[in-house]
Structure formats: C-alpha cells, structure tokens
Design a protein around this ligand. Structure first.
Ligand SMILES: Cc1ncc(C[n+]2csc(CCOP(=O)(O)OP(=O)(O)O)c2C)c(N)n1
Ligand SMILES: [Mg+2]
Length: 609
C-alpha cells in the first residue's frame, strides 16, 4: 500500500470513530496540506460538514454549534497562520467550557525549520487554551495502526468533554502526495453494530442521582435549613438539562428570591427578581435585603451591582455548586465550593421540601422588584425605540422555542438588566467565557446550525464589523439567522466608563496638528481610538453577503420587521439606530427613577437593617 493510501485509510477510521462517539458536525477551511483531513471529514456520512473561508470564523462557528448542541465539533485547517486563527475560539472554548476537537494539518519533520513554505511551530500552538495536545505521527495502516487511530479518536472526543469541557488539539504532519485516486481497501477493525471502538466512562463520576448525596448533601441541607433569608444567584449555564426550571422551582417552593441572569435560563417563576441589577444599585435597599446565606449556581452573573453586593458579604455564608467545581470567586468571599451537578442538587433540595424562609423575606424583594418594574416601564415607554426597550421587546416577543444569541458589550448587559420574567423563556446564549466581541456572528450562525427553532443575534455595530466575514455563512451554508443590529456609532459601552470623561482621551486642538501627532485629524482620541465608529453602511454589507436589510425607526416598525424576519426563510439584518450619549442618559434616568420609586413613601428602601 502507498503511504497516501495508508493516510486516507487511517483518517477514514479516525473520522468514523468521531461520528460513532456521537459527533455530528465538523468545520473545514480550504488548503492543500489539510486535503486529507478535509476530504475525509467531508466524506464521512455521520458528520455534517460546514465549509468556511476564514479559520477564525470556522472556529467560532464550531463553538456556537457545540454550545447549542452540547456535542463536540471538529474543526480542521491547513498549516501556518491558518492554524493560528483558532487560538481565540480555543480560548473561548476553555473559558466557557465548550467541547471542540481541533485538527490542524502540518508539515512533516523534514520540512520544519528549514525554509519550507507555510511551516510554523504548531506544537502546543494554543498553549494552556487546549486541554490536550497530541502530535499525530501516522503509523502504517495495518490492524494495529487502525486500532490505535480509532482509540485516539475516541480519546480526543472524550477528552474534549471530560472534566471541564474545552478544546483538544491534534496536529497532523502530512507528507506528499496529499491525494490519491486509488480505491481504499476495506477496514474491518471497527466494532460491530456501529459502537465506538472504545467507550469511555468519564473520569469524574457524576454524583449519585436522586436525593442521596451522602455527607455533602446532608451538610448542605443543614446549612440551608439554618437560613431564614436565603438567596439563589444563577448565572450562565448553557447546558440543556433543566437547570433553569429547577432553580425557578426551588426558589418558588423555598420562598427564596432568585437573582437569575437570563443566560442561566432561570429567570422564571414567581420568585424570580428580574430587576436586581437596578435594585442593588440602591445602597439602602442592598443593605436591607442582606441575606443570611447565598446559594450560587452557574457562572457569576454579568451585573456589576450584583457582583459588588456579593463581594461585600464576606461574612455571609456563600456556597457555590458547580459541575466541575470551577473556582468562581474573584472577591474571595466563598465559604464553600462544591463540585456537584447543580441540577441534581437543586432537584434534591426541591424533593427534600424543608425550608424555613422568613415569612416576609420574598415579598420584600418582590415588592421592590414590582416598584422597579413600574418605574422602568414608565421611563422606557416615553423614550421610543431605545436599546433597553429592545431588550424588553425581545424578552416578550420571542417564542419560547427561539434562541437569542447576545453579543458582549451593552447587549448582554441590557438583556440582564431589562429581560422580563417568563414562564417559558427562550434560550439565551453568549460568548461570555472571555467576554470577547470577536467571532460573534459566526458563533450565532453555528447556533443556528444546531437549533430547531428560530435563532436571533442581538449585536452592536463594532462587534458586527469585527466579524463581518461571518455573514458569509448565510449564503455559503444556507443558514438562517435574524440579526438585530444596534447601530449607535461605535462602542457605546465606553460612554459609561471613566475614559469617556478622561482628559487623557482629548488632545488640545493645537496638539492635534503638531508634528508629534501627525495622524490626528482632530483632538478627540476617545472617538477615534476608543469608541471607533465604523462608518459602514450595513445595508451594503447585507447586499454583499445576501442578507435582507431594513431599518426600524420606531417600535411598531421594529415589531413588524421582527415578525417578518421570523416568518421568512432567509437571513436578515434589522438595524436600529440609537445615540450613544442619549443611551447613557436613558440608563441614568432608569436608575434614578428606580431609586426614587424605592425611596418614596411605601417604597422598599428604608434605613439599613
Ligand atoms: C476581541 C475584543 N476586542 C476588543 C474588546 C473590547 N471591547 C469591549 S466592548 C467593545 C465595543 C463594542 O461595541 P459595539 O459592538 O458597538 O457594542 P456597544 O458597546 O455599542 O453596545 C470593545 C471594543 C473585546 N471585548 N473583545
Ligand atoms: Mg455600538
């Protein structure tokens, strides 16, 4: 057998095992060195292959797909800088705990460090972002070699999922000739009945199901039973395992307020306090509503007031339950960190039924929340189609089977601050592991490839410009995504930050035209270098990439556009224009109105307890 036939035979067994383990999708990008990998993956009947031009888009698409499906996705690319493009998605995968299998093609040893083209050092290219690196020197495709590569595929798949999910990196040195037209011989080394060659039991044994967690659970129960003023804080948790329902139900039964980021899926039920971000900005109320224990599940929510509130309660028992026991304690205030499956713990606590919440505890929170809701509603109804209003609208209008992908920056914050409580909320996803604005369009298209219902992306102008190439997926892959674009002339988030007022961000006009600053047309460093308005006409981007585009100037036209986009089979951009400084002023009006509502006679805020 020729070496090329051996390569294809081994790779065919490798791809087959990935599919037998449960993988359903792979992403490819073009190249010569990677041809054996690309052709093999595209020919594997068990994998749906998505082709991308830009490897970074490919990696982020795979990330969105893996996030939405819960299954590892393979990504392959050619050697050189192509492989370097996968670093950002690998980092996000590690931080957000999303399983990926990265398969990079490389030059063989005799073509490294000697001037051969497109050869860079790809060994451990992703550093600590990859959970596992392995250099795949292919053996002969005899029986032992085929058994080995099948086992390797099973190992790569399992490792991406095991413990804390993330990216594994396999680097394949491949020799020319890279293609051959010879028929591949039979390979009878696979297990019968479509089973994976090696079935892996995860190294981390799941805690026993049901009520019996033994010592851990008894201890947790004791702690909670002692509390009269408990609070549940639920953050990002993107696995579809009933987490949101369980958190909602426990809070409701126990009479504990539930402070749930929409990224947790838990902002539901009668105990959910939707406006905690606005409420906890009020220091009196934050003091009065001090709990005597906090149960934390999921990641830490995005809200800064909530994070600061938790950080200021080092003397209150705070217990975090995390499936992988991740350390999520930037303020060093946790009392206990339990590596247990949160859904199981929540369900066991529901079944246990014993809680001792103080009678008026939840009602204190709920009445404050209602007052905040009224105050916010009054401000927003006067202000037309604003960024906060859009978050409310999406929260109310999206069908429960929809998925909303939100971009970092203000979209994820507004969704947290303004998203209403619903009994059947749609799924909300976000690349929140490393908080990047990169790759967001691609990840949303990846989620669209996995979802059964409609998928929407809420994104700012800078984040959209950052991943404009991700729009290629609409036409090339025939996927449908509805993009709600908030065009506010740059990064609106920076207007909320001290840099907006900083004297360092302005040059005196005279200095702007001196020799030291020849490139400055004006003295406004803030606009040019921090908020960075794109100057793009996104209608033209829509035209270039084949997406419908329309502008919505008021609430009725937004609702119409949304309804049309949801009913259509094609991708579309709905653009809403807002003004950055008006947006800051509106947010401040909202917070002021909430503060006034809480301090008015009958309001919830009184002197600290
Ligand atoms: C890859 C990456 N580069 C830069 C940043 C810093 N950053 C955070 S928000 C932001 C601006 C985003 O602007 P836009 O998408 O228009 O959203 P807006 O702030 O207007 O809501 C930038 C550049 C980042 N988070 N990630
Ligand atoms: Mg913007």
């Amino acid at each position: 057998m020729s070496q090329t036939t051996d390569t294809y035979l081994l790779l065919r067994a490798f791809a087959q095992e990935l599919a037998r383990c449960g993988m359903r999708a792979a992403c490819t990008s073009p190249g010569s060195r990677s041809a054996p990998l690309v052709l093999t993956l595209a020919r594997e009947p068990g994998l749906r292959c998505y082709s991308h031009i830009d490897e970074r888009c490919s990696g982020f698409f795979a990330l969105g797909l893996a996030k939405a499906s819960g299954l590892p996705v393979a990504v392959t690319c050619t050697s050189g800088t192509a492989a370097a493009q996968l670093l950002a998605p690998a980092i996000e995968a590690r931080e957000a705990r999303v399983p990926l299998v990265l398969l990079t093609a490389d030059r063989p040893a005799e073509l490294r460090e000697n001037g051969a083209g497109q050869a860079i050092d790809q060994l451990k290219l992703y550093g600590s972002a990859a959970k596992w690196f392995f250099e795949v020197e292919l053996p002969r495709a005899d029986e032992a070699g085929l058994r080995w590569i099948r086992t390797l595929a099973c190992r790569a798949y399992a490792t991406s999922l095991e413990g804390s999910p993330g990216a594994v990196h396999l680097n394949f040195p491949l020799r020319e000739p890279l293609v051959s037209d010879r028929e591949l011989p039979r390979d009878d080394t696979a297990r019968p009945g479509g089973a994976p060659f090696l079935r892996r039991r995860p190294a981390r044994l799941a805690p026993p199901r049901g009520m019996n967690f033994g010592v851990e659970f008894a201890h947790l129960k004791e702690r909670l039973a002692a509390g009269r003023r408990g609070v549940i804080v639920a953050g990002r948790h993107e696995r579809t395992d009933g987490f949101g329902e369980a958190a909602g139900e426990l809070a409701q039964r126990a009479g504990w307020p539930l402070l749930a980021d929409p990224l947790s899926g838990a902002r539901r039920g009668t105990a959910a306090i939707a406006h905690y971000d606005a409420l906890l900005r009020d220091p009196h109320l934050a003091g009065r509503l001090r709990p005597d224990f906090v149960l934390r599940v999921g990641d830490l929510p995005v809200s800064k007031p909530l994070r600061e509130w938790l950080a200021g309660m080092a003397d209150v028992p705070q217990i975090a339950i995390d499936p992988e026991g991740a350390w999520q304690d930037p303020a060093s205030v946790l009392w206990e960190s339990m590596a247990l499956e949160p859904v199981d713990v929540l369900r066991a606590l529901i079944a246990d039924g014993e809680t001792t919440a103080a009678e008026d505890w939840l009602s204190q929170w709920s009445s404050a929340d209602e007052r905040a809701a009224e105050a916010i509603g009054a401000v927003l109804s006067d202000s037309g189609l604003s960024e906060p209003r859009l978050a409310v609208e999406l929260g109310m209008l999206l069908p429960s089977e929809a998925t909303l992908f939100v971009a970092s920056s203000m979209p994820v914050r507004d969704i947290e601050t303004f998203w209403p409580v619903r009994t059947d909320p749609p799924r909300v996803l976000c690349n929140r592991g490393a908080n990047g604005i990169d790759g967001t369009v691609s990840s949303a298209f990846g989620a669209a490839a996995a979802a059964t219902g409609p998928v929407l992306l809420l994104i700012g102008d800078v984040a959209l410009a950052h991943d404009l190439g991700g729009l290629l997926a609409a036409g090339r892959l025939g996927l449908k995504l509805t993009i709600v674009l908030l065009e506010n002339g740059g990064g609106g988030i920076f207007d909320f930050l001290p840099v907006a007022q900083s004297r360092m961000a302005r040059l005196p006009d005279a200095a702007a035209v001196t020799k030291e600053h020849p490139s400055q047309g004006a003295g406004d460093i803030f606009t040019r270098h921090v908020t960075t308005p794109t100057g793009l006409d996104f209608a033209r981007a829509g035209a270039l990439y084949g997406l419908a585009h329309e502008r919505a100037g008021d609430l009725p036209s937004f609702r119409d556009a949304l309804e049309r986009a949801l009913a259509s089979e094609h991708s579309a951009i709905i653009e809403v224009r807002t003004d950055r400084s008006e947006n800051v002023a509106l947010h401040r009006r909202v917070w002021d109105a909430v503060a006034v509502a809480l301090s008015s006679p009958g309001g919830a805020a009184g002197p600290p307890a």
